[in-house]
Structures are given as structure tokens and as C-alpha cells.
Design a protein around this ligand. Sequence first.
Ligand SMILES: NC(=O)c1ccc[n+]([C@@H]2O[C@H](COP(=O)([O-])OP(=O)(O)OC[C@H]3O[C@@H](n4cnc5c(N)ncnc54)[C@H](OP(=O)(O)O)[C@@H]3O)[C@@H](O)[C@H]2O)c1
Length: 263
Amino acid sequence: MTRVAPAKTILITGGSSGLGRAIALGYAASGVRLFLSGRNSERLAAVVAECQAKGAEAEGGILDVTDATAVREWVTACDGKSPLDLVFANAGISAGTGGTESRIESGEQSAKVFATNVDGVRYTVETAVRLMEPRGHGQIAIISSLAGFRGLPGSAAYSGSKAAVRVWGEAVRGALVGSGVRLSVICPGYVATPMTDRNSYKMPFLLRPEQAVGFIQRGLARNKARIGFPRRLYYVVWFLATLPPAWTDRFFSRLPKKDVLPD
Ligand SMILES: NC(=O)c1ccc[n+]([C@@H]2O[C@H](COP(=O)([O-])OP(=O)(O)OC[C@H]3O[C@@H](n4cnc5c(N)ncnc54)[C@H](OP(=O)(O)O)[C@@H]3O)[C@@H](O)[C@H]2O)c1
């Protein structure tokens, strides 16, 4: 398998927290330029400072990934400052029906989850492809989830959004064959971040963010189509998803539910 040359200019949406922060710190080094986005200016500035302390040139952009124009303009402006080698479409939110009597999520919550996790990813990737394709160079990483292999009854929108970007990303990867632009879909299991800190249930095979970044960096260096981890949980989830849904309905309906979106 061809190895991908180390990226020098990297853009990460959702770089202000959790996995995005860990990815930024994993790549931060002298000679690396990082563009990080988020909505919270204090958290973002703190991560930018941490990356700079590791010798990287880093800057932050405050934007909401559900705003198509803002995403297009920011990604294009970053590329104008330094042509992007690697783009992570990482920003995402997670929620479910936990703590409510409702069997399904509110329309408002589902709309927010899809707008962020699907449209936000799409705006980022579409812009990156447009910029990278004429150069015949670049790599894109979409953060999906192991939750996107079989619909989880307690968080239908989250599962659906992660399934959508996984399948969409695999299609875009195929469309880019021969263009010089590479795309990988990343499917993490549980990673300890502010997103999962909200979960009150036991999370199997919970990884530290640095462990997740190790899987991601190794997978991207090999241009893997799908980077699913940890391996044991990936194989379990993959196998369950091959079974007829009726066989596993009862099992999945008993799993703990994620809490509703905080205000
Ligand atoms: N943690 C896990 O176990 C796990 C597992 C599988 C997949 N993932 C995926 O990994 C990605 C990162 O999650 P995380 O665990 O690192 O969660 P996190 O700590 O809550 O970080 C989420 C990041 O996304 C940003 N974000 C959310 N909505 C946004 C919006 N509308 N516009 C711009 N930025 C927005 C946040 O920015 P602010 O700080 O400004 O809010 C933050 O930087 C998500 O796509 C998530 O679904 C996580």
C-alpha cells in the first residue's frame, strides 16, 4: 500500500474540543500549519495556544458549520494562505432520547444533528474537493462513528447522520479515484471527550483521545478507505449490522440512551 507523505497544512473543523483538539495536538510540530475552527472562542484560543507551544503555526476561525457560506469562505481563505494538504470534517454533536419519556427525538433536535453532522461535513468536504482537485493533491478525513453501522433506537438521528456521512464519504472517495485527492472515513468507537463525558452509562472499550489519534494517523498514512477502531468493537458492530434488523431489535432497544441536546 502506498504511504501518504506527512501533511504540512491541516484544517480541522471542531478543533476546539475533544477529538478535534487531540488531532490538532497530534499533528502540531514545527513546520506544520494548522487551521482550527469552532464556535467557542475561549476553547478555540486555548487549543491554538497549545499547538503553538508545540512549535506549529496555528490559527483559529470562529464559525458554525451549519452555515454553508461561512464554511466555504473560511476553508477557501485558509487554502489561500497555505494550500491545504489534509482536511478533517470533524465537528459534530450527539444526542438522544435519554432523560425523556419520548420514544423518538424531537424534530428540532434531529434537524440540528443532521445539519451539523451531515450538512456541516458536506460543506467542508465539498469545498476541500473543489480546492484540491485542480492541484491533483490532498487528503480528506470524514469523522463518522461506529454508531453509523446499525441504527441505535435511543439516538436515531445521530446514528442516521453518521451512517449518511460514512456512505456518502465512501461514494466521494470512489468518485475521486485517479484525481490525486484521497478520502478516508473514520469510524471511532467510544473516545473520552466532553461529548462522551455526558454519558452516565459504561462505555465499552473507551479510548483516550491520544489512542484514537494514533489509529487515525496510521490509517491516513496508508490511505485506508475506512478507519474503524478499536478493532474488537468494530468487528462486533460490523457483524451485528450484517444481521437482519428484526433479529437484533430487542438487544438494541435495551441499550442505554444518550441524553437530549443541552440548551
Ligand atoms: N467521542 C466519541 O466517542 C466519538 C465517537 C465517534 C465519533 N465521534 C465524533 O467525533 C467528532 C468530535 O466529537 P468529540 O467527541 O470531540 O466531541 P466534542 O468534544 O463535543 O467536540 C465537538 C466539536 O465540534 C464542534 N462543533 C459542534 N457543533 C458545531 C457547529 N455547529 N459549528 C462548528 N463547530 C461545531 C465543537 O465546537 P465548540 O467547542 O465551539 O462547541 C467542538 O469543537 C464528532 O463528529 C463526533 O460525532 C466521537
